[in-house]
Design a protein around this ligand. Structure first.
Ligand code: G4P
Length: 286
């Protein structure tokens, strides 16, 4: 199994619908926050967002930094900053970095406010929405930002029923429903990154293939993580198959008759990787 052969079953129909919704929602806002998963900043971005955005200001929120490789997160930050984008690292699970994100949104909104002022428009709130692929942490961030302000929310025209603008800071209103983006499924390495981190459901890819690629990745980049988590020895030139057998033995993953239960190892490794129990990893190289 090579990463080039990894396949995701995906449905272009969903993409068309998501794009239409996104275009309608983006018209309503002044600043967009694109949320990326710090473990997969390249794979969790949306290839078409920029076209839909045009010149609208965008801030990048690199989320789940608690699960990513710290050194690589810094490299990604540098890389993104270098390309001229405002970027903040956040951890929505604890709220770390959320204040800085608000400041970055306010800064990105400054040209918009200045333009309004020139036209004599004062005290108009800047409208913000959060966009990102599924499972990146959009709802968690919205809940954090909205928090106690929810009671102040009021229905305003121009938004689909059920959606509300909520004041999250002085002069900033957030759309309480996130924009859902589709990732670039066509690229097999992106598909693998999404499968490994749990951005996509298991019914659209082959778990065995994903775990084999994941073990190849860990053996190459983070062999000590496997060794310490499962108390196995990882030799020079170790293969995914051989390390699987070692994990099965160490963890007592056996079928009736004493055969190794490799399905169980697949489930175990994927669960441990996604939950962070195996360690902190960045799959996409900066
Ligand atoms: P979404 O709206 O973009 O689809 O994502 P959502 O907020 O539902 O978050 C998806 C999962 O990611 C949630 O886990 C959430 O708690 C977790 N999450 C969000 N931000 C962070 C973060 O900064 N760090 C960590 N470690 N986790 C974060 P969940 O409810 O347990 O869902 P699941 O794990 O069962 O998918």
């Amino acid at each position: 199994m090579r990463v080039e052969d990894f396949k995701i079953q995906w449905f272009p129909g969903h993409m068309t619908k998501a794009k239409r919704m996104m275009e309608a929602q983006i018209k309503l806002v002044d600043v967009v926050v694109e949320m990326l998963d710090a473990r997969i900043p390249r794979s969790s971005t949306n290839p078409m967002l920029q076209n839909v955005l045009g010149a609208k200001p965008k801030v990048i929120a690199l989320n789940k930094i608690d699960m990513a490789d710290t050194a690589k997160t810094e490299l990604w930050l540098e890389k993104l900053k270098h390309s001229g984008l405002p970027v903040c690292k956040i951890d929505c699970a604890t709220g770390k970095g959320v204040k800085q994100l608000i400041s970055a949104i306010q800064l990105a909104a400054k040209p918009v406010i200045d333009k309004w002022l020139k036209k004599g428009v004062r005290n108009r709130p800047v409208r913000v929405m959060i966009v990102g692929i599924p499972n990146v942490g959009k709802s968690t961030l919205i809940n954090r930002l909205v928090g106690k302000n929810k009671v102040m929310a009021a229905d305003k025209p121009g938004v689909t029923r059920g959606q509300q603008w909520v004041t999250i800071a002085k002069g900033l209103e957030l759309l309480d429903t996130p924009g859902v983006l589709w990732p670039k499924f066509e690229d097999p390495s992106v598909g693998f990154a999404l499968a490994a981190t749990g951005a996509i459901k298991e019914d659209v890819f082959d778990r065995q293939d994903a775990v084999q690629l994941l073990l190849d990745f860990l053996l190459q980049k983070y062999p000590e993580a496997l060794a310490s988590k499962y108390a196995v020895t990882v030799e020079e030139g170790e293969t995914a198959q051989s390390v699987m057998a070692k994990i099965a033995t160490a963890r007592g993953c056996l079928k009736a008759g004493g055969m190794l239960d490799l399905d169980k190892v697949d489930q175990l490794v994927l669960r441990d990787f996604r939950s962070g129990r195996l360690g902190r990893f960045t799959v996409d190289e900066p």
